[in-house]
Design a protein around this ligand. Structure first.
Ligand code: GCU
Length: 566
């Protein structure tokens, strides 16, 4: 073994045990916040297949789909009511209004899928009164609606109402929800919003979670609306997102029931800042705080100024909220389209870190988060509606010390190196969003983005950075190889973050630019959710270098999360 490229100095392996976050749903979905469009804000109570297809078309032709906005979510009012509530099918499930959707939901989902998009759907808890009155059979069982309904109590519903509660101690209740989920899966549903959820509907959310899982189809599970924070860990365990408060819509438009423009107003947007401060701790890969639809796309008529719309987008990005557009995509303005397509803003949303509020003084607010790569993202807001305000933050408040290279994320302009604090004089409703990169910060290389030989990127354990980790095959010679760029040749500290849930050491050879520099130990970390840092020093060439980690035993290496190079 040659040690030409690397002089090795081992430091003690230290276990990094993060403050135990609440566990996310293990359905493996929504490792990043969902992006797309929902029919509720603009289309409101009048969805039909023509309108849905037009919005899907526009999602693609506008270029938004290429930026990651891929969900086309059909919200409420696709069903049909009679005077007793929802009209139902042969097995007691809501019938789709064939006047609105003459080709059926599967045909619509097929259309959406053919465009490379994903299809979302809507439900509320319980069983329709009409199913019970007609005592409809439960598909695939000998049970009937009367066996499973509790007709003494109804659920919240915003449309035809008359939804009885289910008696989940009867096996037919789960079978009923399963049959409904199976129907959705057979239609091609990729996302399901269950509305009308509150503290009294935990059993319904559990039943739908089970039902969606047993379909075998990956279906992103979203809870709505106004979820109580007291059960936050329950929502997080069961679902991929949850609305933290009532609707962002103002219901102050000129159409029936307050539909039409304006869709919202600033008070409905800014009220989510307080909500985000309380719910911040619950967001993470697989489970997101949903601050409701993004009302950007149609200019000022949505009820927000351009400054307020940029603040709206900034806050949703800082909070790592799902980005589900509520606007009319067939009438996008160029100013708004540029906001929605800003790659730097999208990256802040998709970093999967929910920001914390560090300044809340009068109209001034400052939020901060640290991304996995060591950068700090800082948003300064003037939340007022009149008068300019100077908003300031120190680097210490943001979470670091020493100088940092600053980039303005809305414009992309570099603002140079800034010593210790930042301030901006902002118009009412205006934001300043910056990325601050502390001098000397390590560069992170996520293993899931590296070259993998005999192994796979996975996300089925918690606590990883980025979107996952590498599980190398349990064979000698399986490896993960990073390409590491160095501005100049010299010695660097490399930190390998790994987990080994066994009690058996999983040694790997570290090779730099093809030359093995060390075979080192990766002992057990207790379990696969507990990550440890292994630190070594290597010499790098100027430019691109390869760092390859190869398992030397039949167990292969440990799971590898990332390589930090500083
Ligand atoms: C388990 C674990 C994997 C791990 C594997 C192994 O299957 O879930 O993440 O990679 O063991 O032994 O390597």
């Amino acid at each position: 073994m040659r040690a030409v490229f690397a002089a090795l100095a081992l430091t003690a392996t230290c276990l990094t045990v993060p403050a135990a976050p609440a566990a996310a749903s293990d359905n493996g979905l929504s490792i990043r916040p969902a992006m797309g469009w929902s029919s509720w804000s603009f289309v409101r109570r009048w969805p039909d297949e023509t309108k849905m297809k037009a919005q899907a078309d526009a999602l693609v032709s506008s270029g938004l789909a290429d930026k990651g906005y891929v969900y086309v979510n059909l919200d409420d009012f696709y069903q049909k009511c009679d005077s007793n509530g929802f009209v139902v099918d042969n097995y007691g499930r809501w019938a789709v209004d064939s006047a609105k959707f003459p080709s059926g939901i599967k045909a619509l989902a097929d259309y959406v899928h053919a465009k490379g998009l994903k299809f979302g759907f809507y439900v509320t808890p319980g069983i329709a009164k009409n199913a019970v009155t007609a005592n409809k059979p439960i598909e695939g069982t000998s049970y009937h609606a009367k066996d499973i309904a509790d007709t003494s109590q109804t659920h919240k519903n915003y449309n035809c109402k008359n939804m009885y509660r289910l008696n989940y101690s009867h096996p037919g209740a789960q079978a009923f929800i399963n049959s409904w989920a199976d129907q959705m899966a057979s239609w091609g549903v990729d996302y399901l919003k269950i509305d009308g959820v509150d503290a009294s509907t935990v059993a319904d959310v559990e039943a739908w979670d089970k039902a969606l899982r047993q379909t075998g189809r990956p279906i992103n599970f979203a809870l709505s609306n106004n979820l109580p924070i007291a059960q936050a860990t329950t929502w997080k365990r069961l679902a991929n997102s949850w609305r933290t408060q009532g609707d962002v819509e103002c219901y102050c438009g000129s159409g029936p029931n307050g539909s039409g423009y304006p869709l919202t107003d600033w008070s409905h947007v800014v009220s989510r800042f307080n909500s985000a401060a309380s719910w911040q701790q619950y967001a993470g890969p697989g489970g997101w705080n949903d601050y409701d639809s993004l009302q950007i796309g149609n200019g000022d008529q949505v009820g927000l100024t351009a400054d307020q719309r940029r603040s709206h987008m900034t806050h949703w990005a800082m909070a790592a909220s799902p980005l589900l557009l509520g606007t009319d995509l067939t009438a996008l303005t160029s100013v708004d389209l540029a906001m929605l397509k800003n790659d730097r803003l999208i990256a802040v949303n998709q970093d999967g870190v929910a920001a914390q509020r560090v300044v809340n003084s009068g109209v001034n607010q400052v939020w901060r988060k640290r991304e996995a790569n060591g950068d700090y993202i800082i948003a300064l807001y003037n939340t007022g509606t009149s008068g300019n305000s100077t908003v300031s933050v120190t680097w210490a408040q943001a979470g670091f010390t020493g100088p940092a290279a600053v980039t303005n994320l809305w414009s992309g302009a570099s603002e140079g190196t800034i010593a210790s604090s930042y301030s901006a004089t902002l118009r009412p409703g205006e934001t300043r969003l910056i990325r601050a990169r502390p001098a000397g910060a390590a560069t992170r290389y996520e293993a899931e983005n590296a070259t993998i030989s005999q192994g796979a990127a996975e996300s089925n354990h918690s606590g990883f950075s980025g979107t996952g980790f590498v599980n190398a095959d349990n064979v000698t010679g399986s490896y993960v190889e990073f390409t590491v760029n160095a501005a100049e040749a010299g010695s660097r500290t490399v930190t390998i973050r790994y987990a080994n849930g066994t009690s058996v050491n999983r040694p790997m050879t570290v090779a730099v630019n093809g030359a093995a520099v060390q075979t080192r130990d990766f002992p057990g970390t207790g379990d696969w959710d507990t990550w440890a840092d292994a630190t070594l020093t290597v010499s790098l060439n100027a430019g691109a270098n390869t760092v390859r980690l190869t398992g030397t035993t039949a167990n292969g290496g440990p799971n590898v999360d990332y390589l930090d190079v500083s």
